[in-house]
Each structure stands twice: as structure tokens, then as C-alpha cells.
Design a binder for this molecule. Structure first.
Ligand code: FPP
Length: 247
């Protein structure tokens, strides 16, 4: 990469896209306009991630807690996601992007899940960026479902209790086969994970940006990559710098 500040490109970037409502409020606009602008930021981010050479981009599109929002807002958010898949799928496919969906699939009504599954199916052989859409996603729910699956495997005799370890748990999560996020970005100035990828975030670098999600763009994405490149990741061991001088 030409820019030495971006010498270390994260393999997996995950984003909590926060602040659509506040972006709209600040302008005296309805919240739904904030979400609509948010989809434009999604499009720009997908392009920027592909251009940067990121392999996996996970977007927190709809949490399992978002159902408690007013019905009209839930309706708007689902409508935007539906339109994004319908309008952008052909282009995403042309761009060799693979779509994966994580989140609870049981008891979902309507056409959203079939649409997301169609997007997964259409793009399953693509080899470029993997766009992971977290829909009806909550990390505790994901971990609970993984444990229930492991327990069923033990009951059926397919697994022994002694087989349960970090790898078998990772393989039972919705993110099976996807490397843990190297970088998690949250916009809007909030500094928490809000039930997002709790297991997978064990060693993620966290970058909190003050900007609201509709203002997120290519420049801010590259800004976050720069912050990531400046961090010293130790994974519980010694810093490379420290190890190099034998300290
Ligand atoms: C947070 O803003 C954002 C969301 C709850 C949803 C994000 C969804 C989109 C950007 C659109 C659909 C997604 C895709 C992948 C096409 P907020 O409403 O919590 O903002 P606030 O905290 O300021 O109220």
C-alpha cells in the first residue's frame, strides 16, 4: 500500500453504525431521514473497505433489541434493509462481494429473512470482500444458541463434554469460519459494545468516533484504519517493540 500509515490493514472490520436519529434531530428532520442517509454511508463504506483490501466487513444493521422501537421506525428500518438488498444485490454480486448474515433466524416473519438468505445464496461463490450483515443480532443470544447446539451434540453422542473448548465454541457461533474482528468502529461518540460480537471482540481494537453514522464516509473509514495501524496489539503477550529489544 502506497500510504505507509496504512501499512497494517485489518482483515476484519466491524462497525456499530450509531447516531442516525441524532443526526436527523440536529437538523430538525424525522429520524427516518437519518436512517436513509445511513444507507448511503453503508454504500460508501462497503466500497472503501474493498478498496483498502479489508477481507471482512461486518455491519450491525438491526439488533435483537431494535424490535422495541416504535413500530413505524422498525418498519422504516426493515424497509431500508429490504430496498438495499433489492437494489444493490446485483451490483454487490458484480463487485465479487460475498454476503453472510448473522443473527437469530427463528420466528422471523415477513420477507426480510428470505431476501437476506437469497443474497447469501446468490453471492456464496464470490471471492472478494465478505459483507457480514448482522440482522436480528444480539451477542448473548448468539452465544446461548451456540451452547444449546453444543449441548444437543453432547446429548446425541456426537460430542463429549471434554471436546468443548474455545475452537468448538467459535465454530458453533453464527460467525463460524469468519476471523475475529481486528477493528471495531462505533460512531456517534458512544463508547460501548451494546451486545455486539462479545465473544469475537476479545482482542479487537476499539475505535470510537464522535461523528454520527450518516456523516461517515471514505475519509473517516481511512482515518479509523490509520488509528488501527498506530495501535500496538499484544494479544496478552509482549509488544513486538519490547520483544525486539529483549525487554
Ligand atoms: C443507529 O442509529 C442505527 C441503527 C439502529 C440502524 C442502522 C441501519 C442502517 C444504517 C440502515 C440499514 C442497514 C443496511 C446494512 C443497509 P440510531 O437510530 O440508534 O441513532 P440515535 O442513537 O442517534 O438515535
Amino acid at each position: 500500500m502506497a500510504n505507509p500509515e496504512l501499512a497494517i490493514i485489518p482483515q476484519h472490520v466491524a462497525i456499530i453504525m450509531d447516531g442516525n436519529g441524532r443526526w436527523a434531530n440536529k437538523r430538525g428532520l424525522p429520524r427516518t431521514i437519518g436512517h436513509t442517509k445511513g444507507v448511503e454511508a453503508v454504500r460508501e463504506t462497503v466500497k472503501a473497505a474493498g478498496d483498502a483490501g479489508v477481507r471482512y466487513l461486518t455491519l450491525f444493521a438491526f439488533s435483537s433489541e431494535n424490535w422495541t422501537r416504535p413500530e413505524a421506525e422498525v418498519h422504516d428500518l426493515l424497509g431500508l434493509l429490504r430496498r438495499f438488498i433489492r437494489r444493490d444485490l446485483a451490483e454487490l454480486h458484480r463487485e465479487n462481494i460475498r454476503i453472510r448474515v448473522i443473527g437469530e433466524r427463528e420466528n422471523l416473519r415477513g420477507d426480510i429473512l428470505p431476501l437476506l438468505l437469497e443474497a447469501e445464496d446468490t453471492t456464496r461463490h464470490n471471492t472478494g470482500l465478505t459483507l457480514v450483515i448482522a440482522f436480528n443480532y444480539g451477542a448473548r443470544n448468539e452465544i446461548a444458541r451456540a451452547f444449546a447446539k453444543l449441548a444437543r451434540d453432547i446429548e446425541s453422542g456426537a460430542l463429549k463434554a471434554s471436546d468443548i473448548d474455545v475452537d468448538s465454541i467459535s465454530r458453533s457461533l453464527d460467525t463460524a469460519g469468519i476471523p475475529d474482528p481486528d477493528l471495531i468502529i462505533r460512531t456517534s461518540g458512544e463508547e460501548r459494545l451494546s451486545n455486539f460480537l462479545l465473544w469475537q471482540a476479545a482482542y479487537s481494537e476499539l475505535v470510537f468516533l464522535p461523528d454520527y453514522w450518516p456523516d461517515f464516509d471514505r475519509n473517516l473509514f481511512f482515518e479509523a484504519l490509520k488509528i488501527f495501524a498506530s495501535r500496538d496489539r499484544r494479544f496478552g503477550g509482549l509488544s513486538n517493540k519490547t520483544a525486539a529489544v529483549g525487554g
